[in-house]
Design a protein around this ligand. Structure first.
Ligand code: FES
Ligand code: FES
Length: 177
């Protein structure tokens, strides 16, 4: 009989949506499972658990990431924002408002990931990060967020309902605010 080793545990601290958490976790725990299974924050969705759909997108230290691919133990001390932390109290985030105004969802399963991803994406644009369709030679601050740019930059977030035609203008509107 092969010997089954007990899980390796680690103590980590995370700031999640503005609250500090001290946690003891199995070192194999992803941030997605930590949020959903340990803290009952079920906004980030498990679509594929393989980094292919973007439904689990959260912000780690302000940058978007697939929570299903991020081991929690590797992010000890990080600041995490999930969809539950995007609004400012009762005040919706501009992207949330724009998604509602543009009817940018159907079943809503991909929407938390779309919103967190778009938040991170707009920060990348503000920081002057080019995408694969950004013309060469643009200087920081001169980047125009065309529909093509939005589609390219959001291509890691799949929508099975095909709400892209409304997601793109929603993001464009929020970007202009
Ligand atoms: S659940 Fe993480 S990318 Fe699909
Ligand atoms: S709204 Fe249903 S998957 Fe995107």
């Amino acid at each position: 009989m092969p010997r089954i080793e007990p899980p390796v545990l680690a103590d980590i601290s995370l700031r999640i949506n503005g609250s500090d958490h001290e946690l003891t976790i199995d070192t194999r725990t992803s941030l997605l499972d930590l949020l959903r299974e340990h803290l009952d924050l079920t906004g980030a969705k498990k679509g594929c658990d393989h980094g292919q759909c973007g439904a689990c997108t959260i912000l780690i230290d302000g940058r978007r990431a697939n929570a299903c691919l991020a081991l929690a133990v590797a992010h000890d001390g990080a600041e995490i924002v999930s969809i539950e932390g995007l609004a400012d109290g009762e005040e919706l985030h501009p992207l949330q408002r724009a998604f509602i105004e543009h009817d940018a969802f159907q079943c809503g399963y991909c929407t938390p990931g779309q919103l967190c991803s778009a938040t991170g994406m707009l920060a990348e644009v503000r920081d002057g990060w080019p995408s694969a369709v950004t013309p060469a030679g643009l200087t920081e601050g001169s980047l125009e967020l065309s529909d093509e740019e939005i589609r390219e930059r959001m291509n890691g977030n799949l929508c099975r309902c095909g709400a892209y035609a409304n997601i793109v203008p929603a993001i464009a509107e929020a970007a202009g605010q």
